[in-house]
Design a protein around this ligand. Structure first.
Ligand SMILES: Cc1cc2nc3c(=O)[nH]c(=O)nc-3n(C[C@H](O)[C@H](O)[C@H](O)COP(=O)(O)OP(=O)(O)OC[C@H]3O[C@@H](n4cnc5c(N)ncnc54)[C@H](O)[C@@H]3O)c2cc1C
Length: 422
């Protein structure tokens, strides 16, 4: 008879969750737990809070749905606020558990936490966060190709996307261990205000993620034109908007992949259908780069050996963050981020380039601000993209400086976006 803790992290779903499935199949009883890490809730970096109310609200909604879904298969969810290194061992002891299962993650803080927890209690970390499984990559993590194209070609040729795993149908858990998911107010946060200009009214949870997938592929067949529309700026339909659900693990990249394959079989196969998978491979690239480089991802000089940029003072950072640079396209994007927790990929590239290459402000402040504000914040994608634009990632082609005037002309020629978010 073994009871184990299942520690949910960025995998807030039951379908295609290999870690949770393994915990259920390999043990008699499972206690599903989520720890709201107090260091995200209440700590700052560069004076910037780590988690803002958009992401927190999405996370709490995702937990509420996870709890309901767990109840439907005979279990429940215990939500704690605190330090996972204290909370998880305490639950482990209280229920006389045999071990702890969880999803393996990639970024430095997350892997450090895994190692530390493993010293306190026996843990099993299961891979489930990427399109390609770490174990079946055609290279060792330390040899992850530094250039995206090399990475993509290697995985496309020599790795396979594994099938989606079904949710467990029944879970045995101790009686009455679950509790309420806290509200934002209870945690000292304000509930975010919905701005009608938002690209979507994002709602957290597994069913919401699957609903979005269904809408984008099957209901509207927007996937057919993804490659042409993905650089848009206004409205819900220009790109998939899967990122918040992917970042919290409400859906998995494999679920998307196999739906795209089905779409290609039954509806259409074209460069757009391929391009969505291509973008998911970008996501994988940043995940494996984060695992490869650990703490270097967070250094000012990034993963390079010496500083490449002459940084200026940070004293005008607040102008960038507050959408007051006097560069209308940058300001409009920052206004959107501040009011909705979301910004298009085009916008992210432009504002990051502006902070780094025009204002010469330490990129880490920009990344920290994105970490706080983005509803879809993911450490590997966020820090990896910032490094890439600063030219201090592992791509040898140097930084990506975007010409703002040309970008505005190309993507907002009529000025509709700037007007919307002025
Ligand atoms: C400075 C900067 C910071 C970023 N921070 C984040 C972040 O914290 N979290 C995050 O999920 N994405 C981040 N991105 C990547 C990208 O901007 C978002 O994934 C995308 O805008 C989300 O919208 P979508 O789901 O409609 O994307 P789509 O265009 O529909 O793409 C589908 C999926 O592919 C993945 N993807 C697409 N582009 C990228 C990319 N450049 N890097 C990694 N994955 C990608 C995402 O998972 C996305 O949901 C960042 C990009 C930049 C330039």
């Amino acid at each position: 008879m073994s009871t184990v803790v299942y520690w949910f992290r960025n995998d807030l779903r039951l379908e295609d969750n290999p870690g949770f499935k393994a915990a259920v199949e390999e043990n008699t009883a499972v206690i599903p737990v989520y720890v709201l890490d107090e260091s995200w809730l209440y700590k700052t970096q560069f004076g910037i809070k780590r988690m803002g109310n958009f992401r927190l609200n999405f996370l709490l909604e995702s937990l509420s749905e996870l709890k309901e879904n767990l109840k439907a298969i005979g279990s429940d969810l215990l939500v704690k606020v605190g330090n996972p290194l204290e909370q998880i061992p305490a639950i482990y002891q209280q229920y006389n558990c045999a071990g702890v299962y969880a999803q393996a993650l990639v970024a430095y803080e997350e892997t450090t936490l895994q190692t530390a927890l493993n010293h306190l209690v026996p843990c099993k970390f299961v891979w489930g966060h990427t399109l390609f499984h770490e174990r079946y990559l055609p290279f060792r993590i330390i040899d992850t190709p530094g250039v995206f194209t090399d990475f993509r070609k290697a995985v496309e040729k020599n790795a396979k996307v594994r099938p989606v795993i079904k949710s467990p149908l029944n879970v045995k858990s101790p009686d009455n261990f679950g509790n309420e998911v806290p509200t934002p107010e209870k945690l000292g946060f304000e509930r975010p205000f919905y701005d009608e200009r938002s690209v979507l009214n994002f709602a957290g949870g597994e069913s919401q993620g699957l609903e979005r997938l269904n809408y984008y592929l099957w209901e509207k067949e927007l996937l057919c034109n993804y490659k042409q529309t993905r650089n848009g700026l206004i409205g819900g339909d220009y790109s998939s908007k899967f990122s918040p659900w992917l970042a919290h693990g409400c859906i998995s990249p494999r679920q998307i992949y196999w739906q795209v394959k089905k779409f290609e079989k039954y509806i259409k196969k074209n460069s757009s259908t391929y391009w969505l998978i291509f973008e998911l491979i970008w996501r994988d690239f940043f995940q494996f780069v984060a695992l490869q480089h650990g703490a270097k991802l967070y250094r000012r000089k990034g993963i390079t050996s010496k500083e490449k940029i002459t940084w200026s003072t940070n004293k005008h950072f607040h102008l960038w963050a507050g959408g007051q640079t006097t560069e209308p396209f940058v300001d409009a994007n920052m206004n959107e981020l501040n009011r909705t927790g979301f910004m298009s990929n085009r916008g992210r590239q432009v504002v990051a380039s502006y902070l780094i290459h025009r204002m010469r402000i330490d990129w880490r402040l920009g990344a920290a601000y994105f970490e706080k504000m983005l509803i879809d914040h993911d450490p590997a994608s966020n820090y990896g993209n910032w490094l890439y634009i600063a030219g201090i990632g592992n791509d040898p082609r140097g930084g990506r400086e975007f010409n703002i005037e040309r970008q505005t002309q190309q993507y907002d020629a009529e000025g509709n976006y700037v007007k919307l978010w002025a």
